[in-house]
Write a protein that binds this ligand. Structure first.
Ligand code: FAD
Ligand code: UDP
Length: 390
């Protein structure tokens, strides 16, 4: 008999498993339908012995000290600042667009001040910035928008930027200085021994049992449990009752090359032409020394594992209908990127899981007051909670 059945062993599920086991002393079964823990952050040694990220590059960056302090109990860190180049018009130039990007692309030698004026002369006035196209054309104008954003976004999302919420391209800033870091967060690092090792440590508590290759459907009625944390797709939980929520998928092609190094930085973006969006070379991220090098090509697609909730008003409206069902679901908490249908980074998910734990701990009372009802395979007590974003 478990106190909790946790569906999904990614950040959301694993952080909650650790908190429930170590802070409330509760018995937790955490399952994942994949054959490993770590969710999309899972990394592994490939056939050549190079550490790769199975589901594309995961770079940890945050301004949340509490999240760093929490995860640091389970991993040491390798300082790493992410830099990305984009192949545009046959050149490799920095993205986010900065002073060097513009000077190199257009053969100019502008100063930062001059670049501000240069952008201002090209920026298109937009009364209300609503879409991902508005964000970029109102900042840098149409030419840079088309070179860097239009093609990439159409590949990545299968939609034109004008059809996507502004939050998508707003993730990428524009700079007038020479800062070529992808992120400016105060903390940027990689887990020193990789993400999977960090997850193994998170889950290494005697009260936590891990079961991989196990789907919620095949487990829920046969393994007795009192409550559920669900981190899978919310529409699937409700049997797609209102129709499917759109998720964007990716096909990852992993290759190893007989060369020490393939490209100058960890990620090169391809906003023009190619069917893939980007190539990642992992040794830049991990610092691993190896005579060969491993790369991942990302090919966006509609079908396949759900990786990205698609930020659009109509999708959010459909999500809200599922959210109402979720709130009424007895003893089930919906947490994580798929269950709350939000385009969240890892640190935001850790923050969301920690906040959920605090609320849940408060709602259920401390370990001493823990109620111990008779075992039931399908729990039926009120108290569903979709955690608000942190
Ligand atoms: P997930 O990691 O998706 O875990 C959910 C788990 O639930 C999955 O393992 C799934 O198999 C399991 N599951 C679902 N349904 C069931 C079921 N019915 N039964 C059993 N198991 C089930 N974030 C960053 O901060 N930095 C980055 O650089 C970054 N890069 C990214 C690159 C890509 C290509 C992608 C797709 C995401 C990236 N992210 C990045 C986002 C990051 O992956 C997520 O924020 C984080 O992994 C979300 O954790 P989660 O636990 O909510 O979900
Ligand atoms: N984007 C783009 N060109 C780029 C980089 C990003 O058009 O070279 C757009 C694209 O729509 C992408 C979004 O900006 O989905 C957010 O980029 P980010 O790197 O944050 O995406 P992630 O891979 O982290 O989801």
């Amino acid at each position: 008999m478990y106190d909790w059945l946790i569906v999904g062993a990614g950040f959301a599920g694993s952080v909650l498993a650790e908190r429930l086991a170590s802070r409330r002393g509760e018995r937790v079964l955490i399952i994942d339908r994949r054959n490993h823990v770590g969710g999309n952050a899972y990394d592994r040694l490939d056939e050549a012995g190079v550490l790769i990220h199975q589901y594309g590059p995961h770079i940890f960056h945050t301004n949340a000290e509490a999240v760093v302090a929490y995860l640091s109990q389970f991993t040491a860190w390798r300082p790493y600042e992410h830099r990305v180049l984009a192949q545009v018009d046959g050149m490799l130039v920095p993205i986010p667009i900065n002073l060097d990007t513009v000077n190199r692309l257009y053969g100019l030698s502008l100063t930062s001040e001059e670049l501000e004026a240069w952008f201002a002369a090209r920026a298109e006035p937009v009364t209300e910035i609503r879409t991902s196209e508005d964000v970029v054309v109102s900042a840098v104008g149409r030419d840079l928008y088309e070179k860097f954003f239009r093609g990439y976004t159409r590949k990545q999302w299968g939609l034109d930027p004008s059809e996507l919420d502004r939050q998508v391209t707003a993730r990428v800033p524009t700079r007038t200085n020479r800062d070529d870091r992808y992120f400016t967060d105060t903390f940027q690092a990689m887990p020193a021994q990789g993400y999977t090792r960090m997850f193994e440590r998170l889950l290494a508590h005697p009260n936590i049992h891990v079961m991989t290759n196990a789907d919620y459907r095949s487990v829920r009625d046969v393994i007795p449990h009192r409550r559920v944390i669900y981190t899978g797709p919310i529409d699937e939980y409700f049997d797609f009752r209102f129709g499917r929520l759109p998720y964007r998928s990716l096909r990852f092609v992993h290759v190893t090359r007989d060369a020490d190094c393939h490209q100058p930085v960890a990620v090169v973006n391809y906003p023009q032409g190619e069917a893939y969006t980007r190539i990642t070379e992992y040794k830049h991220l991990t610092g691993q020394e190896h005579p060969r090098t491993s790369l991942t090509y990302e090919y966006p697609c509609a079908e396949g594992d759900p990786y990205y909730p698609v930020p659009r008003a109509e999708n959010q409206a459909l999500f809200k209908r599922y959210e109402r069902l979720a709130r009424a679901e007895a003893d089930v908490w919906f947490v994580g990127r798929l269950a709350t249908y939000r385009y969240y980074n890892m640190d935001q998910i850790v923050g969301q899981a920690l906040a959920t734990f605090r609320r849940l701990d408060e709602a259920l009372g401390g370990p001493a007051q823990r109620i111990q009802p008779a075992p039931r395979a399908t729990p039926r007590r009120p108290a569903a909670a979709l955690p608000p974003a942190e």
